[in-house]
Ligand binder design. Structure first.
Ligand SMILES: [Zn+2]
Length: 108
């Protein structure tokens, strides 16, 4: 093994995909039980948001995924631990959060 850890997850379009841990963001919700992870599918370049069980959160963090805490102000809550995300991508992501319809767009 060695090298960058990969996370096995699923894309709604491509089924099972492998994501570099550093390219996956875990969003923890301190006020709720359900956390989420988001990533850009390497096959269809679509942003995918998946629910993550609380048991999986420390596993993903241990693998080197980025962590974002909901309820803390957006970009400053990102803790890049493995690289893989650029400032421009963060800006795009923050901009998408300002759009009330962002979640619906991801699902469409
Ligand atoms: Zn895909």
């Amino acid at each position: 093994m060695g090298g960058v850890p990969t996370v096995r997850t699923t894309c709604p379009s491509c089924d099972t995909v492998l994501i570099d841990a550093g390219a996956l963001t875990v969003r923890r919700r301190p006020d709720a039980t359900q956390s989420e992870c988001s990533f850009v599918c390497p096959d269809c370049v679509q942003t995918v948001v998946q629910p993550v069980s609380d048991k999986m959160v420390p596993v993903l963090i241990g693998a080197g995924c980025l962590v974002e805490d909901w309820g803390v102000s957006d970009a400053r809550s990102l803790h890049p631990s493995g690289g893989g995300i650029t400032e421009a991508e963060i800006q795009d992501f923050v901009a998408s959060l300002d759009n009330d319809d962002w979640f619906g767009e991801l699902l469409s």
